[in-house]
Design a protein around this ligand. Structure first.
Ligand SMILES: Nc1ncnc2c1ncn2[C@@H]1O[C@H](COP(=O)(O)OP(=O)(O)O)[C@@H](O)[C@H]1O
Ligand SMILES: Cc1cn([C@H]2C[C@H](O)[C@@H](COP(=O)(O)O)O2)c(=O)[nH]c1=O
Length: 221
């Protein structure tokens, strides 16, 4: 089976990926954790809830069928695959996962966000939507600042919602300093980049809501 569990940033996808891995592994099943561009910058699956596991980084050109063959040649069994940040897979890699599920019976669990900062499907996510046997939104709601369910991942640079730029910019929902911001805006006078989950209305309007400031006060802006 090929499964795709999806949801906005911060909804618990990596946590769920590690929980599923834990439950399979404790029953003696042999699994492989794959990831592309984890926020930690390392080949790991990291959950904000505090758990993390080593994983295999999937390169842009990697053939996942070949990767599994290499494990077999080394005498390693692979019963299941956990793939985090699956939105970053190429459409071909999504097809390779479908082939592994169909032809060699590997259980494949993919986790990722569906849409990018423009609200458009990532190519890898799109292919997974087309191919997966099972599609499941992750159940933990992420709320927009207004309280409505958030589904859109706004890219926020120095307090402004970006509408143009590279599809892939790895960052968190808490601000991080950007050193090379040339791909983000023409004049790289930039200090911080983050993502913020918004409902559709506030995503359309580019409205980030009240801004939290220290000492628990709220500044409207
Ligand atoms: N200290 C905490 N206590 C409880 N839940 C937490 C804590 N820190 C993070 N979380 C949960 O972890 C979620 C993020 O999980 P994560 O697996 O990193 O998300 P994703 O992979 O979807 O971006 C948050 O939405 C929140 O529900
Ligand atoms: C919307 C959007 C996100 N990204 C990056 C930012 C993060 O590194 C990951 C998502 O991580 P999470 O585990 O779901 O929190 O994707 C991106 O590169 N481009 C985008 O448009």
């Amino acid at each position: 089976m090929l499964r795709f569990r999806y949801g906005p940033m911060d909804c618990g996808k990596s946590t769920l990926a590690l929980q599923i891995n834990h439950n399979h592994a404790r029953q003696g099943r042999r699994g492989l954790l794959l990831v592309r561009h984890d926020r930690s910058g390392a080949p790991r699956i990291t959950s904000r809830i505090g758990i993390a596991r080593q994983a295999v980084e999937v390169g842009a050109e990697a053939d996942l069928r070949q990767l599994i063959r290499e494990y077999w040649v080394a005498g390693e069994q692979v019963d299941y695959l956990i793939v985090d940040e699956a939105q970053f897979l190429s459409p071909q890699q999504a097809e390779q996962l479908a082939e592994l599920a169909d032809e060699v019976g590997i259980d494949v669990y993919c986790f990722g966000i569906a849409t990018d900062f423009r609200g458009e499907l990532f190519p890898g996510a799109r292919r997974l939507f087309e191919l997966a046997d099972e599609l499941q939104p992750v159940q933990v709601e992420v709320l927009c600042w207004c309280g409505a369910p958030g589904r859109f991942n706004a890219r926020v640079l120095d307090g402004e919602v970006l509408r143009e730029g590279d599809t892939v910019v790895v960052a968190d929902t808490s601000p991080s300093v950007v050193e090379d911001a040339t791909s983000l805006q023409p004049d790289p006078e930039i200090t911080t980049l983050r993502y913020q989950v918004l409902c559709r209305r506030h995503f359309r309007l580019g409205d980030l809501g009240p801004v939290a400031v220290p000492h628990g006060q709220l500044r409207l802006g």
